[in-house]
Design a protein around this ligand. Structure first.
Ligand SMILES: Nc1ncnc2c1ncn2[C@@H]1O[C@H](COP(=O)(O)OP(=O)(O)OP(=O)(O)O)[C@@H](O)[C@H]1O
Ligand code: SF4
Ligand SMILES: [Mg+2]
Length: 337
């Protein structure tokens, strides 16, 4: 369970525009090991989805991967043909997106979708066997009475059930890597935890490496080993969850952690970071967070801070780090859901 499954090295993704290419993801690097979960966090528009879709070889329309390497078990996915990538997505890389309907066909019953997958992908000829496998799969994701659900259509399932089915279809492939981009955002908190518990169980059993995009830092605390914080197309800080949550060294990370509402006891006012991130295409020289940063100094405006290693597996890009001795431990460190 210990090897590195995914390595993203200096990934650059650009959108076409009339003024030339615009960088949406600008030199992103991270790695995920077998059996581990990396949380990818950051405000809306920071490039989390473009990063995930690029890793999947499915950059959004008008966006191209302009640089970097995406290594799955040592093989660079950028060298693969679309057909090869398609095969990999069916076998080695799973994806779970916010809206499970994007991976389910609304016109086909759940049973049909799963059994067809067994027919075409695995070449299982016997209908009984395909159905038995489908029931087994639905049982694994804890769909009650799965025998009676095979003939249901996706709209007859609740949002949480649909997401379970999408997970089931991913599990059938037993992927080494699972990209989950806000898989539970549309669901209520109880169902959200059930789905993520399920993923964690599968991970423990199969050693799956998971990239989990979420806006909920409590979920990062609970389910992720590492966290990478994105801001305006770059990772500004990354490392083990406990270390970063206890002592964020980048002012943006500290701001994000401070913006988390308390779960227990008195509800504090939400401190949001004032201001807005820059839009891609209007990014100035220097640190992208400078206009919003309480620690900004004149030199922050002249050059982007190089990423430096703080200790093993922990890095940060800032000229004037938050002091190490101040433990923020912003409620999150102790918060349990
Ligand atoms: N197809 C596209 N063409 C041009 N720009 C795009 C395209 N898709 C996304 N973008 C831009 O790329 C930037 C990053 O978008 P992305 O969807 O990756 O953000 P995100 O971090 O996933 O945000 P959210 O938390 O809202 O999901 C945004 O500024 C977005 O407007
Ligand atoms: S480099 Fe400067 S502006 Fe950027 S986060 Fe660090 S202190 Fe703030
Ligand atoms: Mg997104």
């Amino acid at each position: 369970m210990s090897g590195t499954v995914l390595t993203v090295d200096n990934l650059v993704a650009e959108a076409r525009s009339s003024d030339g290419p615009v960088r949406l993801v600008d030199g992103v690097s991270f790695a995920v090991r077998a059996g581990r979960t990396l949380g990818l966090v950051g405000e809306s528009g920071s490039g989390k989805s473009v990063t995930c879709l690029s890793v999947l070889g499915l950059p959004p329309r008008g966006v191209r991967i302009a640089g970097g390497r995406i290594l799955l078990g040592g093989h660079d996915l950028r060298g693969k043909t679309p057909a090869e990538l398609n095969t990999l997505r069916g076998r080695e890389i799973g994806m779970i997106l916010q809206d499970p309907m994007t991976s389910l066909n609304p016109l086909l019953t759940i049973g049909r979708q799963i059994t067809e997958m067994f027919r075409y992908r695995d070449g299982i000829k016997s209908r009984e066997e395909r159905e038995a496998r489908a029931i087994d799969l639905l049982r694994r994701v804890r769909i009650p009475a799965p025998e009676s659900r095979l003939n249901s259509y996706p709209h007859q399932f609740s949002g949480g059930m649909r997401q379970r089915v999408a997970i089931a279809m991913n599990l059938a492939c037993d992927p080494r890597l699972l990209i989950a981009d806000e898989p539970t955002t549309a669901l209520d908190i109880t169902v959200r935890l059930q789905i993520l518990d399920l993923l964690r169980d599968v991970q423990a059993e199969r050693g799956t490496a998971i990239v989990l995009v979420t806006h909920d830092l409590h979920l990062v605390r609970r389910y992720c080993d590492h966290v990478a914080v994105m801001y305006a197309g770059r990772i500004v800080e990354q490392g083990p969850v406990e270390k970063i949550f206890a002592r964020p060294r980048h002012p943006y990370t500290k701001g994000l952690l401070g913006a988390v509402p308390r779960l227990h006891g008195v509800q504090h006012r939400l401190t949001v970071i004032p201001g807005q991130p820059p839009l891609p295409g209007s990014i100035a020289e220097g640190c992208r967070f400078a206009p919003r940063c309480p620690r900004a100094q004149a030199d922050c405006l002249s050059a982007y801070p190089a990423t430096r290693e703080l200790d093993e597996h922990r890095s940060v890009a800032c000229w004037h780090l938050e002091p190490n001795e101040i433990a923020v431990d912003s409620l999150l460190a102790t918060a349990t859901l």
